[in-house]
Design a protein around this ligand. Structure first.
Ligand SMILES: CC(C)(COP(=O)(O)OP(=O)(O)OC[C@H]1O[C@@H](n2cnc3c(N)ncnc32)[C@H](O)[C@@H]1OP(=O)(O)O)[C@@H](O)C(=O)NCCC(=O)NCCS
Length: 215
């Protein structure tokens, strides 16, 4: 799906364009240290792919409804990315959202607003029933994002996603359409979120601190 454009106040979430490449490239370079620990990597490869190539691939996948690749723009300045991916339609009708914002705009509630908008879009226009977010146990800032939006804790997935050069454990959170008919953004803005939905049981916190035994 191309041509997504969502807005709340001065925050815009829209499909990434090839013309974003130079700006995005600069932002990624400037935020290298800020992002590296949380960035998806490809097993067996090193170095980063060219931003232009990534955008081309994402747009091609978007035409086949496999991904909804967006940038986050605030006051007309590109400040981050948000992507809906891993979509499965039919009986599962689920997808996963990933996101980041530039360090210099962190702490202004931009990511939760963007996630809320894209989640609502997934239900109303993206034919999905469920949206998932997977977060490394160490990522306190991102854990706050799902908490603020009332995503429901689902469990610990061991060595789930290849991040920063290795398979990393993730806590997963989800929300279904039935849980959010009044809108995730609407609930967030009106202070109607139950943050306890994202509570992580102590047993899973302990498990995440215990390395998985590998043969
Ligand atoms: C996680 C992230 C997207 C949050 O975005 P955001 O727009 O700053 O979200 P919020 O403004 O709601 O802040 C979330 C939490 O970040 C922390 N935070 C606030 N300002 C911060 C800053 N300048 N630096 C680091 N963390 C900060 C706070 O704990 C905040 O929670 P609080 O509002 O209860 O104080 C952002 O920190 C980021 O891009 N981090 C690097 C990439 C990443 O982790 N992506 C997610 C992978 S799952």
């Amino acid at each position: 799906m191309l041509g997504v454009h969502l807005e709340y106040g001065d925050i815009v979430v829209r499909t990434v364009r090839l013309s974003d490449a130079a700006q995005l490239d600069r932002l990624l370079r400037d935020n290298r240290a800020w992002l590296q620990k949380w960035e998806a990597t490809l097993p067996g490869t090193s170095g980063l792919p060219r931003t232009r190539d990534v955008i081309r691939t994402l747009r091609s996948m978007a035409r086949d409804n496999q991904v909804v690749p967006c940038v986050i723009v605030v006051d007309s300045v590109l400040v981050g990315q948000i992507t809906l991916s891993g979509m499965s339609y039919g009986s599962l009708a689920s997808g996963a959202i990933g996101y980041w914002v530039s360090q210099d705009v962190a702490g202004r509630g931009i990511a939760p607003t963007a996630v809320a908008m894209l989640t609502d879009w997934s239900f109303t226009s993206g034919s999905l029933h469920r949206v998932e977010i997977a977060i490394r146990p160490e990522n306190a800032a991102s854990l706050r994002v799902v908490q603020k939006l009332g995503f429901r804790y689902e469990g610990l997935r061991r060595r789930y996603i290849h991040i920063d050069g290795d398979w990393r454990d993730h806590f997963t959170f989800a929300v279904t359409y039935d849980e959010s008919v009044s809108g995730v953004l609407n609930k967030f803005l009106r202070g109607r979120v139950n943050e306890r939905n994202a509570d992580i049981p102590e047993v899973d916190r302990v498990a995440a601190r215990t390395p998985l035994r590998l043969n």
